[in-house]
Ligand binder design. Structure first.
Ligand SMILES: [Zn+2]
Length: 341
């Protein structure tokens, strides 16, 4: 027997235990980075696998269906997620801005699922539609999906991921069995990271809200390295204008940090400084407690709190600053302002 290498084995076991009947629609709900998509994919693969599966077992990974799944070509699987559309790409975006994927699942995508649903299986087994995230559907799109959810079909499964399930229509919620994902125990999170050959990422778990998949995603996108550099910069207070220049390069570089994430990193650093200033332990950067504590000796607590508030405003502007360089200079000046020289 082999189980998939996923974070939430207890949920997997619940869904695949002997005699378990999967409902027509499952909703995987909880904060991002906790492995909802990962589990949904493992479950989809198991449903599509054409070899008999024992309780708890993952897909075999070897049959024709599994090979098609692995190549992303299984005809009875559909993934519904926001995708970059022709109209949105380029149109109206300032020069130099990276192309952004749409944040919405479009009505046309749901119509295609409808056709897929009513046409029948290509192979003899199950059909699966994975939706990620469900909150990317507006009311019109969600109502189109509802029409399909209302038609029960014994071999058709909806696996729906949501980071903000409270925002979903009650009519959608009432047709899904909700599975709540919670933050893993520290040890389970570290083990999972080690399995992904990301053991070093464990020190970033508190920064990412104890969500190991968020750490892994940041590492794979090259953002962890950039964040490491930002935190190192903050630990050595320096000339703000020069620092702004370096950070501008970081933000411009391919597949690294976004401007908003940069502001959030500064906020977390300030928050930890404030904790150290009142004699508490840092929450987001516990691995850097020593450096934070020695910096905190130079910090003014009222100023830390005031800058934290100012940064909340800055964060709202972070995705569309009029002038990125000036924005970063402002951010750097404020970040170091609570520290006495
Ligand atoms: Zn298989």
């Amino acid at each position: 027997m082999f189980e998939p290498k996923i974070l939430n084995l207890e949920i997997w076991r619940r869904l695949t235990r002997p005699g378990a009947q999967l409902p027509h629609a499952l909703l995987f709900a909880g904060p991002p980075g906790l492995g909802k998509r990962e589990l949904a994919e493992a479950l989809a693969a198991r449903l599509l696998c054409e070899r008999p599966r024992e309780a708890f077992e993952a897909a075999c990974g070897e049959c024709d269906a599994c090979l098609m799944w692995a190549s992303g070509q299984h005809p009875d699987f559909r993934l519904l997620q926001p995708e970059a559309s022709e109209e949105e790409e380029g149109a109206g975006t300032p020069e130099g801005e990276k192309k952004k994927a749409s944040k919405q699942i479009r009505i046309q995508q749901v119509r295609e699922i409808e056709a897929f649903f009513f046409v029948g299986a290509h192979r003899s087994g199950a059909r699966v539609c994975l939706i990620d995230p469900a909150e990317a559907m507006n009311a019109v799109t969600a109502n189109a999906l509802l029409k399909i959810l209302e038609e029960p079909s014994p071999s058709f499964y909806f696996l729906i991921v949501s980071h903000q399930w409270r925002r979903l229509l009650p009519t959608i919620l009432s047709r899904c069995r909700r599975i709540m994902f919670s933050r893993p125990q520290a040890e389970a999170a570290r083990n999972w990271l080690a399995e992904q050959k990301l053991a070093k990422g464990a020190r970033w778990l508190p920064f990412f809200g104890d969500a190991p998949l968020a750490v892994a995603e940041a590492e794979r996108a090259g953002r962890l390295k950039a964040l490491e550099a930002v935190i190192q910069d903050l630990m050595k207070p320096q000339e703000p204008l020069a620092l702004a220049g370096r950070w501008e390069n970081l933000v411009k570089a391919e597949s690294t940090l976004g401007m908003e994430e940069l502001v959030i990193a500064v906020q977390k650093w300030l928050f930890d400084l404030a904790l150290c200033a009142i004699g508490a332990s840092p929450r987001y950067l516990p691995a850097q407690a020593d450096a934070l504590q020695s910096l905190a000796k130079r910090a003014s607590l009222p100023a830390l709190i005031q800058v934290q508030r100012q940064l909340n405003t800055l964060r709202g502007l972070a995705n569309h600053p009029l002038n990125p360089r000036l924005f970063l200079e402002d951010l750097c000046v404020r970040a170091f302002s609570p520290l006495a020289p």
